[in-house]
Design a protein around this ligand. Sequence first.
Ligand code: ADP
Length: 481
Amino acid sequence: MNKKMRILILASTVSLIALSVIQGYLIKNTYQIKKDAFLNKTRKEIGRLDNYSPAIDSINTVWQEYFIDELKQYHSNYFYHLNNETNIKNSVTSNQKIKKLLIKNLLKKANALSATYTKLYHDEMKEKGFLFDVKIQRRINEIILTDGLQIDTIFSDRYNEKMYLIGDKFDYIKGHKVSNAIWMTDHDYETTINKKALNLNFDLQFSSTDYMNIDGWKNIVLKKMIGVLSLALIIFLFVFGLLFYSIKNLIKQKKIADVKTDFVNNITHELKTPLATLTLATKILLNTSVKKNEAIVNKTILTVERQNKRLQKLIDQVLDNSLGYQEIQIKKENIEIEAYLNTIIDDFLLSIQNENIKINTSFSIKNKTVKIDKFYFTTAILNILENAVKYNNAKVNINITVNTQNAFILSIKDNGIGISKKNQANIFDKFYRVNNKNQHNVKGLGLGLYYTNQIVKAHQGTIKIISKELKGTEFIIKLPI
Ligand code: ADP
């Protein structure tokens, strides 16, 4: 892969990541907006219930009136203690005790009403068409009592956690705030302290916060976003797929271009030698002194014939070996395997005339036959045998075995230079040649194994290789019987 392509792939990947991050950010924002809109709408609806439901209102009135009565008592007691307790420390302790009692009574009252209060809320919500379960809770922030003499903080969330008053029980921190309410009233009342009738008054400041807890609110919001989410996912997958496909295609095209360039280089190299010889031969034949010498003329004509054959073979190789298996018209006939293979091996050894090449056969399959096209199948086997010789740096040793049990399995194993795992995947591709630095003198067009594979495919068979670099290669052809 060249630098330009690497930069292109890197830039596309970075752009895709950036695009995904932006998309993620937009989705997050949309989620936030949808969430806020949903919570606000629910808040509004709950606020309406609070304001317009007479039943809920009356429950609030009950505990409020009760609390005012308690407060009046507290206020007069407080006065009593304040006026009678000479010891300040005692006064403070008893005041705190009374406050605690006051709050306890308030909570007790509210608690007694809580079940009815929540039921009313839930019923009203159902009536209003809430399709989800909302829990509601009120918590006290502050209770401050003021009269002409004192400001008395009965409870404050500045020192304590907000106090549960009424409603459903849930962890309010995990819930959502609905609204704050401040109830400010002044109260005049008559009381008797030490048999003395007194007119007292106080102002009450009671602040509280309502919280809601919606079961599965996240899912509800996500459901509202399902359209946007699906669309975003589809677009992302589409862009990712497109990019992946484009890069894959680009790499493939680059490989094809490289392979074609190699092929053109190879064929040019192959054509040059016979053409150069033919040019030389023509020059010799044109020479007037040579014309008279019959022996030289005959020898040169033979050379011309040889080179002509060589050129013809090369062109045939390109034309025939480029055929796809659909284009190969095979005519199957029953062939006696052992005799057939032995003939091929003998002819092959005879044609190369090299004592350093040994072919071992170990099969005893007398009378076993297979249905093949003799002409094409011979070419396939010869291609493999020629390669076993071509791609070998030592004494060539080829082992041929045959198995005919469930299928016709022919194995041709050599002790050659082997093929690396990476190259094995492409070995049957058209024009593919391994870039062997130490094998650059071995000629070829990268068509032999392609054609062999096409022939095997035309026979409805398969071919596979087992190879280890520097150890050798085994070709296994399997044909159905
Ligand atoms: P060619 O031999 O014309 O290059 P082939 O299609 O026959 O084309 O083979 C493709 C490539 O596979 C060869 O270039 C060679 O590198 C490798 N190859 C084929 N057969 C063998 C083998 N028996 N041992 C090692 N390498 C082989």
